[in-house]
Ligand binder design. Structure first.
Ligand code: ATP
Length: 452
């Protein structure tokens, strides 16, 4: 068995085994060592040639090779100090079969420090993969550019002109306008028209992330910095480095974080939570709000210094009711999107349908128009939307002289107040105050009208 196994290795087999950086020992089925490669000698600092002919069951009764000889089963990741060796090794050993006959076993091993080093590299590679997949999940895509923003009315064109101008600079921009007017669209278009367009565009909705998590969302954290921080997290400011961060609903940010944000805007530097290293970023900031920041300042809900810092260039996006003439153009622009959503081609709107849209006051702006058209596209039976396909929520301003029920009036005022102040808790508080009712009453009415 001894000689036949040695012969079976052949010249090529020896050359291959000798070139391996792993230590290798081969034993026949009785445990007699028939081969040791060069790396065996280097790793164990023990002459491999002297081991040939020794029986592994006697010389190393607890090693991986012995275990395979005794059980016929492979052994993985066994840590062990071989006899005569000066360092522990980490071994994988396998049985060898020829013509279905168990003829012996082979062990591959590395010195533990070297194996640990490889495990470290593996862990690092895993972490790199996790971080980059985290990044790709968080980095949004800026799709829109100025060609896709529809609007021909004077007030709208003025907003677009300022946005185009500012896109060529690195200035901080504050986009203002009611909910659904297209602030996000403007932010994307500014990024895509800037020299940063091939860099990340990262979108953070300050109202959607709980205050307690917003800080770590912005600045990231180090592993172990708090219970549950099992790994390092890169914050959105760092993810947006060289690119643009879009801080949507900035008026809903909590005061403590406003102070931190101001500090970062002033210095361009921050530390991850639990971190000691200062991280410097070159991130362009575009903020947006549908709240009245000046009013929030008077109520001590928004920092005046942050306001000045953000308000370097302010762009007011007009509500749709102030650009009713744009409705045919905007609706036409929305039709390809609507066609995709409803699953068939909608070619356009009949004139009567357009007239009906022009008589509405659009508290939800273009987002509301988009929803109305989607519903109409679903209901219409041809390729053209008719007036009857259009369902608008009843609003008193549709026809000034028309009389509507008190319930309709109430519903409409609530939806206007929410469109003005936003759907967040802070927005609802303000809406309730403006409507002269308590927050609880507002919630009850929202439940009643099923519009919460
Ligand atoms: N000029 C436009 N042309 C075509 N579609 C538009 C236009 N402006 C906005 N939209 C569409 O209207 C919807 C609302 O736009 P967007 O999200 O940018 O509004 P917003 O002002 O950021 O709203 P919010 O304050 O609620 O976050 C989006 O689906 C957007 O694609």
């Amino acid at each position: 068995m001894f000689n036949s196994l040695v012969e079976s290795i052949g010249i090529l087999g020896r050359a291959v085994l000798d070139s391996s950086p792993e230590g290798i020992l081969l034993a026949d089925r009785e445990g007699n060592i028939v081969y040791a490669n060069n790396s065996y000698t280097l790793i164990c600092r023990n002459d491999g040639q002297k081991r040939i002919g020794q029986n592994i069951l006697k010389t190393n009764p607890y090693g991986a090779l012995t275990e395979v000889i005794l059980t016929g089963q492979p052994v993985f990741g066994k840590k062990h100090l071989p006899p005569g060796a000066q360092t522990e090794v980490l071994s994988n050993a396998f049985p060898i079969h020829i013509d279905n006959q168990f003829v012996g076993a082979i062990v591959f091993f590395r010195g533990v420090p070297e194996a640990m080093n490889m495990l470290d590299k593996l862990a690092k590679a895993r972490e790199d993969i996790r971080i980059s997949s985290d990044r790709s999940n968080q980095i949004g895509q800026a799709i829109y550019d100025f060609n896709t923003i529809a609007g021909q009315t004077q007030c709208f064109k003025e907003a677009v002109t300022i946005a185009k101008r500012v896109s060529r600079t690195d200035s901080t921009v504050l986009l203002r306008g009611e909910s659904g007017t297209g602030k996000q669209l403007f932010a994307e278009a500014i990024h895509n028209n800037s020299t940063r367009r091939y860099q990340p565009f990262v979108n953070v909705n300050c109202a959607a992330v709980p205050d307690s998590l917003l800080e770590s969302e912005f600045f990231g954290y180090e592993k172990g910095s708090f219970t549950g921080a099992g790994h390092q997290k890169i914050g959105t400011f760092e993810l947006a480095n060289q690119g643009t961060i879009f801080l949507d609903e900035i008026g809903d940010m909590d005061l403590r974080l406003q102070a931190k944000l101001l500090q970062v805007l002033q210095s361009g530097k921050f530390r991850r939570l639990g971190g000691t290293k200062e991280i410097k970023v070159n991130t362009r900031v575009i903020a947006a709000t549908n709240r009245n920041l000046e009013e929030l300042i008077t109520k001590d809900l928004f920092r005046i210094d942050l306001y000045y810092r953000l308000n370097v260039v302010s762009i007011e996006i007009p509500p749709l009711r102030e650009r009713i003439d744009d409705i045919p153009l905007v609706a036409r622009n929305l039709l390809p999107k609507i066609s995709c959503r409803v699953g068939r081609v909608i070619k356009g709107l009949e004139n009567e349908a357009l007239g009906k849209l022009a008589n509405h006051c659009w508290p939800g702006n273009i987002r509301e128009l988009e929803n109305v058209l989607e519903k109409a596209g679903t209901l219409c039976d041809g390729e053209w939307i008719k007036a009857d396909d259009i369902c608008l929520s009843p609003l008193p301003s549709q026809k000034p002289e028309s009389i509507v029920s008190l319930e309709e009036l109430e519903r409409s005022m609530i939806s206007r107040a929410l469109a003005k102040y936003g759907p967040s808790l802070a927005g609802k508080k303000e809406a309730a105050q403006a409507l002269g009712i308590s927050l609880t009453t507002l919630y009850n009415k929202l439940r009643k009208f099923k519009c919460d």
